[in-house]
Design a protein around this ligand. Structure first.
Ligand code: SAH
Length: 229
């Protein structure tokens, strides 16, 4: 049984003002904050969470947990990440794992939480604004209303999967959409309005509701689309 406490904190989608007061307090009061990084090369850290953390007024020590985005051995990476956290917990520390967006919505923290619960660690989760909710606000249009349903698809296998979902009158959110090529052709065929965004809440934010703008655009990892009901 660990002594310390593990808290997952959702940092929000990118704008440092879009974290909850509770999340910010947890970061400030923690003994150590870990953030997920996809790589560290020559002391250069690649981490969207760290980009957000840097902009917050938090003096707590922040350390990376490296988990490559692609590649095998993910289970081993999660276990290694937990082992690092566990070392701090054994010293009776309060450890925060900071996650972009919400901490339990397609987030690495979800895997870490499972391992921590199995190890009987005292855990708590503070939610954050997910990127698609922030995107809804930028789109200035109701994501869903009345009795409409919402379907979230992450890392789609094919456009057929999305087309199938579009047969119903529901709003579709596609996360990790960069795995598919040919979005403009696909959207042109659909008779649905949409709102596409990259890096919502950051100075690099780009958005469009016009299919022509997507013709020559390279879709980055931090992008998503809302296809309205
Ligand atoms: N926990 C996050 C989701 C992480 S999964 C959340 O609650 O939103 C990673 C995917 O989330 C990306 O491929 C992208 O589809 C989406 N995403 C996360 N942050 C984003 C941002 N700032 N702008 C656009 N998409 C984002």
């Amino acid at each position: 049984m660990s002594l310390g406490k593990l808290i997952g904190v959702g940092l929000g989608p990118g704008d440092p003002e879009l974290i909850t007061l509770k999340g910010l307090k947890a970061l400030r009061n923690a003994d150590v904050v870990f953030y997920i990084a996809s790589s560290i090369k020559e002391s250069k850290v690649t981490s969207f969470s760290f980009e957000i953390l840097k902009q917050l007024e938090v003096e707590t020590e922040c350390l990376p947990l490296v988990i490559p985005m692609t590649g095998k051995n993910r289970e081993t990476h999660y276990q290694n990440a937990f082992d690092k956290i566990q070392e701090e917990l054994k010293k009776d520390k309060t450890v925060v794992v900071a996650s972009e967006g919400d901490a339990l919505f397609y987030s690495t923290f979800g895997y870490i939480l499972k391992i921590a619960q199995e190890a009987n660690v005292d855990c708590k989760v503070i939610p954050g604004i997910p990127a698609f909710i922030a995107t809804g606000a930028e789109g200035e249009r109701a994501v869903t209303e009345g009795n409409e349903a919402l379907k979230v698809i992450a890392r789609p296998e094919s456009f057929d999967e999305i087309e199938e979902a579009l047969k119903q009158k529901q709003t579709i959110v596609v996360m990790k959409m960069s795995v598919l090529d040919g979005w403009s052709d696909f959207l042109e065929k659909q008779n649905r309005s949409f709102f596409y965004i990259e890096r919502v809440g950051t100075p690099q934010q780009y958005s469009t509701a016009n299919v022509q703008d997507l013709k020559l655009r390279t879709i980055p990892y931090f992008s998503l689309i809302i296809i309205y009901a």
